[in-house]
Design a protein around this ligand. Structure first.
Ligand SMILES: Cc1cc2nc3c(=O)[nH]c(=O)nc-3n(C[C@H](O)[C@H](O)[C@H](O)COP(=O)(O)O)c2cc1C
Length: 328
């Protein structure tokens, strides 16, 4: 049944969504997600206590996480009923940001499969408006709020303002589309100070989301600094920065199956180097059950994906969960 639905969605993605201009396809996809109460259908979920895991002590009913991209509370609520063990909201900044102009998202297709390149630039409503929008959101599964800033003060304000509304807080230091965030990996000493401050102040456990473009700095400086600050969950990671002349910024973040081999390598190396001291969320390129399983076997505690949700549809989570159950 899920296989048949997955095949149907693939045809819809290839023949309908991919033939539409990207902004129209996004608008259609989001309208469907908002309007159809898919979260009320049991077909997308699989509940089995053997699949449960924890991140910094927070219980997730299963290890699948919808990675950061959506901030609309209706979509977040729907996503919480689509099989994920946790849902991450889009990165929010103190002030609203319009994001980069169109075109800010293009499709890619390689032998590995369909992917995306985006230069979204943190289009978001800002802290106050996002806080207000989250007020009535039931946490059917844990909500991970994601924050970004340019200074220690920004991050402190974001954590103070948003953490109470989430179950975990993800510190985004890795989106390649704004200097604001990407540059943190080039200033590991300053980042250490931010981590120390937030490690003490956050009322919810922190996750640091790192970039696959900075493997050496991550493993030499950033992960040890996070551990020293009491942060033990690392999301490895974000999109990969590439040149893309079709985008308004001419560069963007590559996501989807082309980045999967690096995600797998990063997880293997990090697990080997840091052992059980770090809890790894592996994000980047998951679009099939075997890729999710490979990351978990390589030492990830949870697996995140976003592009696979778009290219493989909402039944991907259930297909992965069925494979995890068979593997349990
Ligand atoms: C359109 C778009 C917007 C995104 N926005 C965010 C964001 O706000 N914060 C963040 O940490 N990651 C963001 N990401 C990155 C994803 O959360 C994820 O880390 C990345 O796409 C790699 O995973 P994937 O290959 O499964 O998509 C975005 C990705 C896309 C494609």
């Amino acid at each position: 049944m899920t296989r048949a639905l997955a095949a149907l969605y693939r045809t819809f993605y290839d023949r309908v969504l991919c033939r539409m201009p990207e902004p129209a396809a996004i608008a259609l996809g989001q309208a469907v997600l908002r309007r159809l109460p898919l979260d009320r259908l049991g077909a997308f979920r699989l509940e089995d206590p053997r699949l449960a895991t924890t991140l910094a002590g927070v219980r997730l009913p299963n290890p699948l996480i919808l990675a950061a991209q959506y901030y609309d509370p209706v979509i977040l609520r729907r996503a919480m009923g689509l099989g994920f063990g946790a849902v991450t909201a889009k990165t929010i900044t103190v002030n609203a940001r319009p994001g980069h102009p169109q075109p800010n998202l293009v499709r890619t297709r390689s032998a590995a499969g369909p992917g995306l390149v985006n230069c979204n630039g943190f289009q978001n409503p800002g802290l106050a408006a996002f806080r207000a929008s989250l007020a009535g959101l039931p946490h059917r599964v844990p909500l991970i709020v994601s924050v970004a800033g340019e200074t220690v003060e920004d991050y402190a304000a974001m954590v103070e303002g948003l953490a109470p509304l989430g179950d975990l807080v993800e510190m985004n230091i890795s989106s390649p589309n704004t200097k604001l965030v990407y540059a943190w990996s080039e200033r590991p000493q300053e980042l250490r100070a931010v981590l120390e401050t937030l490690g003490k102040r956050s009322p919810r456990p922190l996750i640091v989301k790192i970039s696959p473009d900075f493997a050496e700095v991550n493993e030499r400086d950033i992960i040890p600094a996070a551990l020293a600050a009491g942060v033990r969950v690392i999301n490895y990671g974000n999109t990969r920065r590439i040149e893309e002349p079709r985008l308004s910024q001419r560069v963007g973040g590559l996501s989807g199956p082309d980045i999967f081999p690096a995600t797998l390598e990063n997880v293997r190396r990090t697990r080997k180097r840091f052992g059980d001291a770090v809890e790894i969320i592996a994000t980047g390129g998951v679009d099939s059950p075997d890729k999710a399983l490979a990351l978990l076997h390589a030492g990830a505690r949870a697996v995140g994906y976003f592009t696979g949700f778009i290219t493989r549809g909402p039944m991907l989570a259930r297909r992965i969960l069925e494979a995890l159950r068979a593997d349990a």
